[in-house]
Design a protein around this ligand. Structure first.
Ligand code: NDP
Length: 281
């Protein structure tokens, strides 16, 4: 197979990720491996950007075709988008830009999407049907918001719980769903538990957001933390007989959705998966 990463030429289409910082991102490796696997003359580069508006203007001027957007710009890019996907608009955050307009002088149109929720839904749907499922989401940050809207979109019933009560209540009210304080989780009836907090992440790997004895009631437990891959929550959930979904599954499927939006080709999931899981072996 031709190694297109090293045959960059005048026909090469450019993609990238804007954020600050971006050096740790797994997306360049994942997308470049996919382009190479499909023999596409495309390249994906990390772009540290401090000003979202200037960043998007620069991407348009330079003829970029598609861009991932990460922290802290998922909200800041919205004013620069010409056409925002309705779910991304409801979430209030965009992680994917598609820039259309042929030729360097052509007027560019920027489309904005959120694929985080698509990634979370697809990762869960491998284990359980979401329509009609009851889901308890822990957390009220950016990821919880995207996952919450996505699950409602799929027809699930959602309950939010969060350490800071007013933040949790505010997200629950935006989602039009119920809030439950962390110390009343034993009263929640749910099929799926999603940890969308950073609890359990390195270096505090011995922490877990839910006491192990509460886990038996869930059929599926997903932890979006992926460092470490096997969090304490996932180990205890597996021991309690739950099906588990690790944080790389969401990352994989959000990336696959981006790839498909940009290229209109089916993402080479096996290649992307291999790149991601190799990093955590
Ligand atoms: P935010 O900072 O927006 O939200 C963090 C959430 O975690 C808040 O709800 C916060 O609660 C809660 N939290 C943090 N520390 C504690 C603690 N000690 N005890 C209880 N709750 C706590 O972060 P994001 O939503 O962007 O990301 C959350 C996690 O998800 C991160 O670990 C991130 O790496 C991971 N992630 C994974 C992705 C994937 O594809 N797998 C994608 C994006 C993120 P409070 O409101 O009380 O502060």
């Amino acid at each position: 197979m031709q190694d297109t990463l090293f045959t960059v030429n005048g026909e090469t289409e450019t993609f990238g990720i804007i954020g600050n910082p971006v050096h740790h991102s797994l997306s360049p490796e994942m997308h470049n491996a996919s382009f190479r696997a499909l023999g596409m003359n495309c390249i994906y580069v990390p772009l540290p950007v401090t000003d979202a508006h200037k960043g998007v203007e620069g991407l348009k001027a330079l003829g970029f075709k598609g861009v991932s957007v990460t922290i802290p710009h998922k909200q800041d890019v919205i004013p620069d988008i010409d056409n925002i996907d309705p779910v991304a608009e409801k979430i209030g955050a965009v992680n994917t830009l598609l820039i259309k307009g042929r030729g360097i002088k052509a007027e560019k149109t920027v489309y904005g999407y959120n694929t985080d929720w698509l990634g979370a839904n697809r990762a869960l749907e491998e284990k359980i049907s979401l329509k009609g499922s009851r889901v308890l989401i822990l957390g009220a940050g950016g990821s919880a918001r995207a996952i919450g809207f996505g699950l409602l979109e799929a027809g699930a019933e959602v309950v939010i719980s969060n350490r800071t009560i007013n933040k949790g209540e505010s997200l629950a009210s935006r989602l039009c769903c119920r809030f439950c304080p962390l110390d009343e989780l034993d009263q929640v009836k749910a099929d799926i538990l999603v940890n969308a907090t950073s609890v359990g992440m390195v270096p505090e790997v011995d922490n877990t957001p839910v006491p192990g004895e509460l886990l038996t009631k869930f059929s599926v437990v997903m932890d979006i933390v992926y460092a470490p891959l096997q969090t304490r929550l996932l180990r205890e959930a597996e021991a309690a007989g739950c099906q588990i979904v690790d944080g790389l599954a969401m990352l994989l499927y959000q990336g696959a959705a981006q790839f498909e939006l940009w290229t209109r080709k089916e993402a080479p999931l096996n290649v992307m998966q291999e790149v991601l899981y190799r990093r955590f072996k």
